[in-house]
Structures are given as structure tokens and as C-alpha cells.
Design a binder for this molecule. Structure first.
Ligand code: ADP
Ligand code: MG
Length: 255
């Protein structure tokens, strides 16, 4: 069966997109025993370094794939983690945002093509940049689903309606089948009044979209990328790993 393609997207930065993408990808690959590919679509390349890859040693990246310089197969790197491969990103991807605008004008517009690898994996997870630009539009156009990580802050609510509008537009223009897999609360602290107010608001409008388990703010989750390890390897029995395991399970049931 062809892989399910899922983008982790939110135009706000620092909300836990990369952290969630890396940790859910690794969890499903390791404990779920599924073949997983993670595509880093953010020029900052945080997901790439979070999996322990050294950027200076990388030869082919998602940028080369997007501009049509190589097939995605050639850019796949096997990580040291079970069942987990990655297509890395480096800062050169920042240029792609502009080039994609120009390319779209002519017939050779290269959309990120996953056809050649879709049968090699069970899940393909895409870590999107913090914007709703061409890279994100491309990712969402080829995705079966979107996971929306968000922090429990007031501005997150404003951002959410904007993001859901974008999803609507993508459905109309490019990808009618795009499913919202769920909204994932990150860096959660249930003792804060604001957190509870935001959660109450979210439940009013998006109750069925919320993942049942929020991801708590923990030191172990934030330090793991520094070791180049997903949380299920860095601290397998800690709170963060258990929460990401629960979310991974729910995600697999939802899509
Ligand atoms: N559950 C968490 N607990 C503690 N720190 C977290 C947690 N999730 C993310 N972080 C930290 O918050 C920062 C932003 O997270 P990141 O995943 O890079 O967000 P994004 O990809 O949306 O920009 C990072 O420094 C990350 O380590
Ligand atoms: Mg990120």
C-alpha cells in the first residue's frame, strides 16, 4: 500500500512542529514497526539536525528534489534509528521559496513528486516551515493529512482560523482530499489559567479535532535534539515519550 503522507504545519514558529514531527516519526518507525520517511521542508533544517545528521556532510537535499535536480530517491538518507529515513534540508532551501514562484509561471513547475517512493514506506511525514508560503502549499498539496501542533496561547487561536482557511483553499485549488488529522497541544502546562482558557475555547470550536493527549512541556523533550535523538530513544520511559507514544497511536487510528 502507498504511504500516508502527513504534513506538520502551522505558520507560527516555535510551536512544536519539528519536535512533534521528529518524535512521532521515530515512535511510529520504532515501536509501531512501520517504515517511515521524514522530509525536512524547513530551510532551518532543525529536523535534520534533530535526527543527528551533520549538515555540512549532506550532499543532496530536498532543495535539489524540488528544483528537479534529482529524484527524491537519491536524497534519502537512512538514519541510525530503526525504520527511519530522512530527506534532509539545509539553508539553500530558503531560495526555493522564490524559485517556486518563478517556476510556477512555466510548464516545468516541479511539484515535489513522491510517486517514486510512496510504495517504499508506510508513512511519510513532512516538517513544514513557519509560513504559509510556497513550500507549505506544495507540502499540503501532496499530503493526505495535516497535523497542526499548537501552543496554548491567545494568539494561537487567531492563527488557527487563518490556518484552517488555508486548508480550505488548498482543498479547493489542489487537493480536495486533504484531511485534518488533528490539532496537537504542545508545551502544555495544565496548571496555567491561560492554558485552560485556551483549551476551553478550542473545545468549543474544534473538539473533535483535538488529540486526546497533550504534550507536556518537559526538559527532556527540549534537550533531546541536542543529542540528535528522538525522545523515544533519549528518554524512553519519560513523560514526553509516553505522551508522544499515545499521540502516535491516535494518529495511526485517525488516518
Ligand atoms: N514539549 C516540549 N517541552 C519543552 N520544550 C519543547 C517542547 N516542544 C518543543 N520544545 C522546544 O520549543 C522550541 C520550539 O520547538 P520546535 O519544535 O522547533 O517548533 P517549530 O518547529 O514549530 O518552530 C524548541 O527549542 C523545542 O526544543
Ligand atoms: Mg520547525
Amino acid at each position: 500500500m502507498a504511504a500516508k503522507v502527513i504534513s506538520f504545519s502551522n505558520q507560527k514558529g516555535g510551536v512544536g512542529k519539528t519536535t512533534s514531527c521528529v518524535n512521532i516519526a521515530a515512535q511510529i518507525a520504532n515501536k509501531g514497526n512501520k517504515k517511515v520517511l521524514m522530509i525536512d521542508m524547513d530551510p532551518q533544517g532543525n529536523a535534520t539536525s534533530g535526527l543527528g545528521l551533520t549538515k555540512s556532510k549532506i550532499k543532496k537535499t530536498i532543495y535539489d528534489v524540488i528544483i528537479g535536480k534529482c529524484d527524491i530517491k537519491e536524497a534519502v538518507i537512512k538514519t541510525k534509528f530503526k525504520n527511519l529515513s530522512v530527506v534532509p534540508a539545509t539553508i539553500d532551501l530558503a531560495g526555493a521559496e522564490i524559485e517556486l514562484y518563478e517556476l510556477e509561471e512555466d510548464a516545468n513547475f516541479t511539484k515535489l513528486a513522491l510517486d517514486s517512493i510512496k510504495n517504499d514506506y508506510d508513512y511519510i511525514f513532512i516538517d513544514c516551515p513557519p509560513s504559509l508560503g510556497m513550500l507549505t502549499v506544495n507540502a499540503l498539496s501532496i499530503s493526505d493529512g495535516i497535523v497542526i501542533p499548537m501552543q496554548c496561547e491567545f494568539y494561537s487561536l487567531e492563527g488557527m482560523s487563518q490556518l484552517l482557511n488555508t486548508v480550505k483553499k488548498i482543498r479547493q485549488l489542489y487537493n480536495p482530499g486533504l484531511q485534518i488529522v488533528g490539532i496537537l497541544l504542545t508545551m502544555y502546562n495544565g496548571r496555567l489559567t491561560l492554558t485552560n482558557q485556551v483549551v476551553a475555547e478550542l473545545k468549543k470550536y474544534y473538539a473533535e479535532l483535538l488529540f486526546k493527549v497533550p504534550i507536556s512541556r518537559t526538559v527532556r523533550i527540549s534537550e533531546a535534539p541536542g543529542y540528535g535523538e528522538p525522545i523515544c530513544y533519549h528518554d524512553p520511559y519519560g513523560k514526553g515519550a509516553l505522551e508522544y507514544a499515545a499521540v502516535s497511536k491516535e494518529l495511526m487510528m485517525r488516518i
